[in-house]
Design a protein around this ligand. Structure first.
Ligand code: GH3
Ligand code: MG
Ligand code: MG
Ligand code: MG
Length: 300
C-alpha cells in the first residue's frame, strides 16, 4: 500500500456498517468516513477517493443518481463501489453500466477488497490519462520558443471568435505585429540572442494586453493579438500601448537592445470584413502600410 491511505466515504443509513467495513478493508491503506444518504453526500464525495454506497433491496433508480451522488460528469469524481442487494436490480445494473464496481449482499470481505483496489486503480489510470491529454493539448497549442499560443491555435480561435462575434453582434479586433529590421538583430548579435529577444517580446506583449486577449506567435518575428469584444477604438488604444511598451523595453543578454514593431489593426464589424480570413487580410494589409510608411507605427 502507498504511504498515504485512500479516503473512502461510506454512504449507509446505518453508521454501524462502518465496523464490518473497517474490519474487511483494514485501517492501513484506507481511511473510512461515514455519511447517511442525503444532500451532504455530494459535497463529501468530492473530498474522497472512493465512495462505498450501500443500496438496500427497495432502492430505486432516480434520474441523475450518479450526478447527485458523485457530482457532475467532467468534475473530479471519486471511484464508486456499490454494495447492493440483489433485488435492487435496476440500480446495480445501471451502476455496472456506468463503470462502478458492484458487490452483492451478503458481501465477501476479500471480494470487496479486490473490487475497491481495482476501482481505485482504474481511476488512477484515468486521471493519469487526463493529465497526459491535458499536457498534449497544452503542447499542441503553444509556441515552443516563446510560450505564447502558436499559429494553429490562433487560427482555431480566430474562427471561433469570429463566429461568436457574428452570432452575438459583438465587436472583434485583431492586431498583427511585425518586429522592425529584426534580421539585423540576428546578423549583429546572433540567432541565440534573436531567439531570446523574441521570448522577451512575447512576454512583454502578454503584459501589455488583457487576460481575455489572445497573444500568439503568428510566424517568425510576427505576432497576433486577438481582442474579443473590442471595437476599433479600443484596439487602437491597445496597439498604441503595445507599441509604446515595446519601445521602452530593453532586451538582449546585456539588456541594452531596443526593438520596435509595426502594427496593423483590423476590426469587425466592417464593410470589407465578412470572414475571419478578411479580418486577417485587412490587418496584414495595414501592417504592410505601417512598414511602408516608415515602421514603428500603427496603421488600420
Ligand atoms: P522588417 O522591418 O521589414 O520586418 O525587417 P525584418 O528584418 O524584420 O524582416 P524580414 O522579413 O526581412 O526578416 C525577418 C527576420 O526575422 C528574418 C529571420 O532571421 C528572423 N526570424 C524569424 N524567426 C526567427 C526565430 O525564430 N528566431 C530568430 N532568432 N530569428 C527569427
Ligand atoms: Mg519582413
Ligand atoms: Mg520584421
Ligand atoms: Mg516578418
Amino acid at each position: 500500500m502507498s504511504s498515504t491511505p485512500y479516503t473512502l466515504l461510506v454512504v449507509d443509513e446505518e453508521k454501524s456498517a462502518m465496523v464490518r467495513l473497517t474490519k474487511a478493508l483494514g485501517t492501513e491503506g484506507y481511511c473510512l468516513r461515514h455519511e447517511a444518504p442525503g444532500p451532504e453526500v455530494r459535497r463529501r464525495a468530492s473530498e474522497v477517493d472512493l465512495v462505498l454506497w450501500s443500496v438496500g433491496p427497495h432502492a430505486e433508480l432516480t434520474r441523475d443518481w450518479l450526478d447527485n451522488l458523485l457530482g457532475p460528469e467532467g468534475s473530479r469524481r471519486p471511484a464508486l463501489v456499490v454494495l447492493a442487494h440483489r433485488d435492487a436490480r435496476a440500480v446495480w445494473l445501471d451502476a455496472l453500466a456506468q463503470g462502478a464496481e458492484v458487490v452483492f449482499d451478503p458481501w465477501d470481505a476479500e471480494e470487496l477488497r479486490a473490487r475497491v483496489a481495482r476501482s481505485l486503480k482504474s481511476r488512477a489510470r484515468l486521471e493519469q490519462l487526463a493529465r497526459e491529454v491535458g499536457e498534449l493539448q497544452r503542447l499542441s497549442s503553444t509556441d515552443g520558443l516563446t510560450g505564447v499560443h502558436n499559429h494553429r491555435y490562433f487560427q482555431e480561435r480566430l474562427r471561433e471568435e469570429f463566429r461568436r462575434a457574428q452570432r452575438y453582434d459583438d465587436p472583434l479586433a485583431l492586431i498583427l505585429l511585425d518586429l522592425d529590421h529584426f534580421k539585423q538583430v540576428n546578423d549583429r548579435h546572433g540567432h541565440t540572442t534573436g531567439d531570446g529577444v523574441l521570448r522577451e517580446v512575447a512576454a512583454a506583449l502578454q503584459r501589455s494586453v488583457r487576460e481575455t486577449d489572445l497573444v500568439a506567435r503568428y510566424g517568425g518575428e510576427e505576432f497576433a493579438v486577438l481582442l474579443p469584444r473590442t471595437q476599433l477604438t479600443g484596439a487602437l488604444t491597445v496597439a498604441e500601448r503595445v507599441r509604446r511598451d515595446l519601445g521602452t523595453l530593453r532586451v538582449g543578454p546585456d539588456g541594452v537592445l531596443n526593438v520596435t514593431a509595426s502594427l496593423g489593426v483590423s476590426s469587425f464589424p466592417h464593410r470589407s470584413v465578412l470572414s475571419p480570413e478578411q479580418l486577417l487580410l485587412t490587418a496584414d494589409e495595414a501592417l504592410y502600410r505601417a512598414k511602408a510608411d516608415g515602421r514603428d507605427r500603427i496603421c488600420l
